[in-house]
Write a protein that binds this ligand. Sequence first.
Ligand SMILES: *[C@@H]1O[C@H](CO)[C@@H](O)[C@H](O)[C@H]1NC(C)=O
Ligand SMILES: *[C@@H]1O[C@H](CO)[C@@H](O)[C@H](O)[C@H]1NC(C)=O
Ligand SMILES: *[C@@H]1O[C@H](CO)[C@@H](O)[C@H](O)[C@H]1NC(C)=O
Length: 703
Amino acid sequence: MLSPKETHLAVPVHRHLVLFLLLGLAIASLATGDDQFVVTGFTQSSFNLEGAVTVTNGGLLDLSTGTSYLKGHALYPTPLHFRKTPNGKVQSFSACFVFSIVNTYPLLSDDGMAFFIAPANTSFAGATPGMYFGLVNSKDDGKPSNRIFAVELDTYQNSELHDMNDNHVGIDINGATSLSSAAAGFYDDESGGAFRNLTLNDHSEMQLWVDYDERSTRINVTLAELRAAAKPSRPLLSTTYDLSAVLGDPAYVGFSATAGPINVRDYVLGWSFGINTPAPPIDVSKLPRLPRVGPKPRSKLLEIILPVSTAVLILAVGAATAMVALTRWRYAEVREDWEAEFGPHRFSYRELWRATGGFKRKHLLGEGGFGKVYKGVLPVPGSNGGTIDIAVKSMSHESRQGMKEFISEVVSIGKLRHRNLVQLLGYCRRKGELFLVYDYMANGSLDKYIHCCSGDDGHRSDPTLNWSQRFQVIKGIASALLYLHEKWDKVVIHRDVKASNVLLDHEMNGRLGDFGLARLYDHGTDPQTTHMVGTMGYLAPELVRTGKASTDTDVFAFGMFLLEVTCGKRPLMMMMMQSTAEGRRDRQFFLVDWVLEHWKNGSLTEAVDRRVQYLDDGYDADEACTVLKIGLLCLHPFPSSRPSMRKIMEYFDGDMPLPELTPTKLNANVLRVLQSNAFSPTVMSYPQLTSSFGTVSDLSGGR
Ligand SMILES: *[C@@H]1O[C@H](CO)[C@@H](O)[C@H](O)[C@H]1NC(C)=O
Ligand SMILES: *[C@@H]1O[C@H](CO)[C@@H](O)[C@H](O)[C@H]1NC(C)=O
Ligand SMILES: *[C@@H]1O[C@H](CO)[C@@H](O)[C@H](O)[C@H]1NC(C)=O
């Protein structure tokens, strides 16, 4: 129940008139047992704020402040009584709010936001941000003991939660899996009830109504543009569910969302609420303004020139001309007509130059086969000094041939969204140079954790990953590949799956990067010669023979990745032999042979990385051996005998038993012959090889 004092808290001081009205309403509602309030523009005291939530100076509730991955809740300061008596039914209620999801980089989206009602004693301590909206976690999602009702405005498709698309509204009971959901939009009364699409995260201001009827237990959810004249008469979602079986009493009403490196802002501009009475309409003219997005107009030239004399003016013009020439030269880019259509995904060189401090060495994250990678920080427009971390990959490109094709591929790759893919934000092009801009991955390359410390003496103590972390990374990469192979509009072949192309995000989730780049090297050079791309040791035999990449060759490389991660060894490994009179002698082995040998001898568990076995927390020997067997299956010399990514996922999830397979079935000899093909020095290589394996000529002498 609202007391006049709390109503005062909820209303900005400068809106005295509304306040008076409200006091009246609140007092009236006290008498009838009904609660209602309306708030347009917020102050710090309008809510109890937790985590990633702030109220801006302009009176906006910002549910996703900051760039670290953090959940945020804004709760109406006092819990409300939804039942007349403690054991009574949940009464009718209605909520209405104005929100706007502002997406700074069009290629990225976060998980969106939720309106929720949760028991007053909930702390959300165990809840996870992101797809669970900071309300529940993967373990307790859907449990009746949560007693949470929520309406989600979801802008990310999570297959785990069976989301229908990346732009939908859903009614959630006790978790983040929707009871009922619909693509964002409304039924337009003005055109006889025709359905119109809306895009939740396109910066526009929208209004959402949630209505619950005690008697029919019907829940209606209605969405509309703020500019629309009235609430559409047909709701977007309408379903029945008895909330008496769900809601606690008293309960908090509020909003939740997640802040994160992706930098999407989830704003609430105003809201109203009523128990046993309709939510009062929100006066649109009183709502706070959204921050502007995009660069500020520049008037610097005017400011400088006006106050100075003509003499200085001439000097200034001279200097300015020189400056412009210098700047032009420094920031010169290559743009062609056909690029206009990719406009939003093109960064200016100036932006990237500033972001990386002029591509200074101290910003260098690494140098790989494809070029140099720099860390950068981009300001986020309209976010009051907020920034986003990026990784900028610079590559030289000599030929213009295939560039258009490649850029359109970059743009279409930018449309790929998956939790286990490194998100591409855009590109920039200069003469002879191409830049790709990615979401920054805080924990760097998986390679580092698997191989950094891999002396075969097993006595190293550098940080590595334990088994459950490795298994999580493996499953993540498998689901990313499944997405690329089967779940997107067209089949995308990665072409270069390996541990050094897997990056770890802030939560140590594996994310596959660098896809499509191999393609650039295909396009880039003389079309007469078929260039083999990929990395030795990960190349399927038929790829070596025909030069044609397919989903099967990706599966092969994935198989090698499984062995690499599980054994903590590279595809071609060095092993120290006994010291002889001549001194230490190292020998090279193919990892596949080594694992097969162990299997034949019934000692497969010994092939597993020793550091994993000794780290022992959560180490599951059976699981590790299964992964090795799946790896060998993927490495089958005959493409048709390799499983698809879908099958592999089923094996991982335990939905499908592994096929009967014995080491002899995978004829080791055939395997070895074909494998050594993959290491043959006639295979074209690119510079990465040198860093991974030593030089090519070293390898050819191996066996
Ligand atoms: C909240 O209170 C209910 C009883 O009203 C109790 O069953 C539940 O365990 C409490 N939850 C927490 C998190 O304290
Ligand atoms: C609305 O969006 C859906 C899915 O995005 C699409 O299939 C449909 O054609 C769109 N309808 C209109 C009228 O644009
Ligand atoms: C829900 O929508 C239906 C259809 O427009 C309407 O008949 C019903 O009264 C609405 N119920 C509530 C609780 O708003």
